[in-house]
Design a protein around this ligand. Structure first.
Ligand SMILES: O=C(O)c1ccccc1NCC(=O)[C@H](O)[C@H](O)COP(=O)(O)O
Length: 209
């Protein structure tokens, strides 16, 4: 089984290059100003130029105004929108782009409900619950709350690193893993050797399948 890899919260061209050359399937840019990983439109435009064909450029939003998403789309050629807030399925679908819904998991039944509520999504990203933060917390959660039966691709996020990603893949069997803090040396600054170790672990566990 292959597990795809998305590297999130990129802010520097050299980190995009490193992620892409290691084989990232997707890279994520944060368009949520309170985040220390957020990028300006100008920076996002420059970063987007580093992303080659067949690597999905993803834009992260948290409860944005529609105009904000439209403004980003006019400047940055996003392949996927990723919504981390309380957006409705209608809102997520209203931009004519493929989209992913992120949810913060804290109790049983929540993932099953989200599969039903967001049935038109291109994937469901499951992340750790935090009462104050919408994502990028660096924390993991109880993976046994994720059902085995999935009507759409499941993307596992939250506190992943080279230390736990192999076990996560073996236990959860996700379509993709998504990592930010676990491959950083500082907020928004990816670490080349942590990135390399992360990919090595994903490849190792996928090869033994
Ligand atoms: O990165 C942020 O600061 C952020 C802020 C608000 C919403 C989402 C955010 N990031 C999303 C991600 O980076 C990942 O999809 C995911 O949350 C995993 O992050 P981490 O636990 O650091 O690996």
């Amino acid at each position: 089984m292959i597990t795809r890899v998305k590297i999130c919260g990129l802010t520097r061209p050299e980190d995009i290059n490193a992620a892409v050359s290691l084989g990232a399937d997707a890279v994520g840019l944060v368009f949520y100003q309170p985040s220390q990983r957020s990028v300006t439109l100008e920076r996002a435009h420059a970063l987007a130029r580093r992303v080659p064909a067949f690597v999905s450029l993803t834009g992260l939003f948290v409860n944005p105004e529609p105009e904000e998403v439209e403004r980003v789309l006019q400047t940055v050629p996003l392949d996927l929108l990723q919504f981390h807030g309380d957006e409705t399925p209608e809102f997520c679908a209203s931009f004519g782009r493929r989209w992913i819904k992120a949810i913060r998991v804290k109790e049983a039944g929540q993932v099953e409900q989200a599969f039903m509520d967001y049935s038109d999504a291109s994937g469901l990203l499951v992340d750790a619950w935090d009462p104050d933060r919408y994502g990028g917390t660096g924390r993991s959660f109880n993976w046994s709350l994720i059902p085995a039966e999935r009507p759409m691709p499941l993307i596992l996020a939250g506190g992943l690193s080279s230390a736990n990603v192999a076990g996560a893949i073996e236990q959860v069997r996700p379509w993709a893993v998504d990592v930010s803090g676990g491959v950083e040396s500082g907020k928004g600054v990816k670490d080349a050797s942590k990135l390399s170790e992360f990919f090595k672990e994903v490849r190792r566990v996928c090869k033994t399948d």
